[in-house]
Design a protein around this ligand. Sequence first.
Ligand code: ATP
Ligand code: MG
Length: 242
Amino acid sequence: MSDNVILEVQNVTKRFGGLVAVNDVSFKLHNVEILGLIGSNGAGKTTLFNMIAGAYPPTEGKIIFKGREIQGMRSDNVCHLGIGRTYQICQPFGAMTVRHNVMVGAFSRYKKRSEAAEKANEVLEKVGLYYRADALGSELTLPELKRMEVARALATEPEVLLLDEVIAGLNPTEVDIFVDLIREVKEREKLTIIIIEHVMRAIMNLSDRIVVLNQGIKISEGLPAEVAADPLVIESYLGGGQ
Ligand SMILES: Nc1ncnc2c1ncn2[C@@H]1O[C@H](COP(=O)(O)OP(=O)(O)OP(=O)(O)O)[C@@H](O)[C@H]1O
Ligand SMILES: [Mg+2]
């Protein structure tokens, strides 16, 4: 593995009964790049994240993080190794404050309450949500919830961050603000990111490279402009009338 590769997905397949959700997918993630992961609904994007993050093991294939095989490892161990994630369906603890929600992430690194609270404050500041630290999770607007979700993942101090549709549902102005936020955090923290997103303007803008899935199969990979011009991608996703 070259020095520059931080994560490698090798021939990964996931079957749910008769359904092949992810089919022999391989790609490499380079240090401090943003890799966009796109594809139609049901393409297998979230399933791929779940396997990388240890929610469940692949049926076949390897996932290698910094030279070490992590497929099948428990999610808390994967998190501790340095892979953080957000969830497509935000599930805030509505009755807890924003700070406490983020502390849940911080507790993966800090056992002391005071230290976890300090970490939570720090990342809330970074994502521009510190002013809501004492609000309840249930009181947040959608853009605020998305920021909290990112803060919660950042509080686990990842080297690789998996973002699952953190931009979906935002209006165009909020999309632009969020794109800037992701780029800023990435530069400041020297983070490597895989981002799943249907909002094309955001993905084209943010990604250094893009991988395209269709029905579990990787159908394209390359620079944003290359992928956007790939006839297979246009047919199956971009121009597919979905
Ligand atoms: N736990 C599961 N059990 C059975 N089938 C599943 C499970 N999780 C996902 N699937 C199926 O696997 C396929 C891929 O789903 P996945 O959620 O990975 O798609 P996705 O690319 O994230 O789609 P979306 O853009 O809608 O979020 C779908 O057909 C889905 O119904
Ligand atoms: Mg998904």
